[in-house]
Write a protein that binds this ligand. Structure first.
Ligand code: BGN
Length: 408
């Protein structure tokens, strides 16, 4: 952090000095009078000091923001001080805006070392549309809207959507995005999801389709498999550039956290409210993550074998690494996500064991062996409802074969 700050300060000072130096040399070439020269060199001190003052102020504000993010200080500060810090946070957000093309690559070989290992430009795919990018009407960080609004009212609010799809009218979007949401029995959260996510992606001027992938009653909830089903069903509809696997209850609070794909998968749910706006652990890949079609196919999608809560996102992170991708995260200040409370899910009791087995069978367990029964696919105004039946006994039967000693 401080290396960056000191570099900043040097760059400012040196550039101010150079500005002045260039000015002086051009004056020399014009052969101006010595009086004018001495006036100019007096001025150079002003410019140099101004440079230093600006640098020190920027360092101070960035430092405030840095200290605000450390637990110790956060826990010991009272409300007043937090107000000051949040003002500093806002200032930094604006300052950091100039860096919005950057993502941070997580180096999973260095656990718990913080995420700021490398900064990469993720826009190398040149096949972009002609809508202004980055979009001009972003609102930065705004709180979630938690009001429960009836679906009919939401339909009236978002008339720009039809058949669960939106396409900018006057330009071609930067990317076409499929939002895939594994779902079961959470109608209130669904309405809040739609009322927050739709306007945010709309402001990002992206073309998008929303797929709510619901699992029939019977088997334990399988987030991984529902994600794979959503991926397949979305790609059947059109050539999406990017698929976003999105939890229903984790919602971005910042427009600058873009629903897009890059050269590497992107983990968008960096700082989630329910984890006190901190990354819960270094390789956390849950909540919201984005993949280009190729990336999702290269990692063989999510595992199908994780039934019940937990573990499938850890296996996802491992797949990304095994496929020589690096998970990336939005710039620190942009990754805030709110969470919408709901009652707990049944945990997957064998998830530790599954994580072990998956290391060996991941190439056979995922998109490549996906089997399900599509009960219904219905296009509503705000989303495509995919209703799928997953037969746990049958899926687990496959695991026995994949994991049999003769195949090791
Ligand atoms: C982890 C879960 C993740 C979950 C995060 C955050 C497991 C695997 C066994 C260690 N992983 O503990 O799936 O996203 O918590 O809630 O349970």
């Amino acid at each position: 952090m401080h290396v960056i700050l000191v570099t900043h300060s040097c760059v400012y000072t040196v550039s101010f000095y150079h500005l002045d130096h260039d000015y002086n040399s051009s004056m020399k070439q014009l052969d101006i009078t010595s009086q004018a020269k001495s006036k100019r060199s007096d001025k150079s001190w002003y410019i140099l000091s101004a440079g230093l003052i600006i640098s020190v102020t920027v360092i101070f504000i960035l430092d405030l923001q840095f200290f605000a993010s450390t637990n110790f200080i956060r826990n010991t500060l009272n409300g007043k001080m937090l107000e000051v810090l949040s003002a500093a946070d806002n200032f930094t957000n604006k300052f950091i805006d100039t860096m919005k093309h950057k993502l941070i690559i997580i180096d999973s070989d260095i656990p718990d070392s913080g995420s700021e290992q490398h900064v990469s430009d993720h826009f190398s795919n040149s096949n972009h549309g002609n809508c202004t990018w980055p979009p001009l009407n972003l609102q930065g960080r705004t709180p979630l809207n938690r009001t429960d609004i009836a679906i009919e009212k939401l339909d009236q609010k978002y008339t720009f959507m039809a058949d669960g799809h939106y396409k900018p009218k006057n330009c071609t979007a930067y990317q076409k995005i499929a939002i895939v949401v594994p779902y079961r029995d959470r109608q209130l959260q669904l309405r809040i999801f739609l009322n927050n996510v739709i306007p945010r992606i709309h402001r990002q001027q992206l073309e998008f389709g929303i797929y709510i992938v619901e699992q029939t009653a019977g088997s334990l909830f399988n987030r991984g498999m529902l994600s794979n089903i959503g991926f397949v069903q979305a790609m059947k509809d059109m050539a999406y550039d990017c698929v976003v696997i999105h939890d229903l209850d984790i919602l971005p609070e910042d427009d600058r956290n873009f629903y897009i794909c890059g050269d590497n998968p992107i983990h968008m749910a960096t700082k989630v409210e329910k984890f006190k706006y901190r990354v819960p652990y270094h390789s956390f890949a849950g909540g919201i993550s984005t993949f280009s079609k190729k990336q999702y196919e290269d990692i063989n999608g999510f595992p199908n074998q994780f039934f019940g809560w937990g573990g499938e996102d850890d296996e996802l992170f491992a797949r990304i690494k095994r496929s020589n991708y690096k998970m990336t995260r939005p710039f620190d200040a942009h990754g805030h996500c709110g969470s919408v409370q709901h009652s707990g899910q049944r945990t997957g009791n064998d998830r530790m064991k599954m994580l072990q087995i998956s290391r060996k069978i991941w190439k056979q367990d995922g998109l490549t062996d996906l089997e399900y029964n599509l009960v219904e696919k219905r296009r509503k105004q705000l989303y495509v409802w995919v209703y799928a039946d997953i037969n746990m006994a049958k899926v687990r039967e496959k695991l026995k074969k994949l994991n049999s000693p003769s195949r090791k």
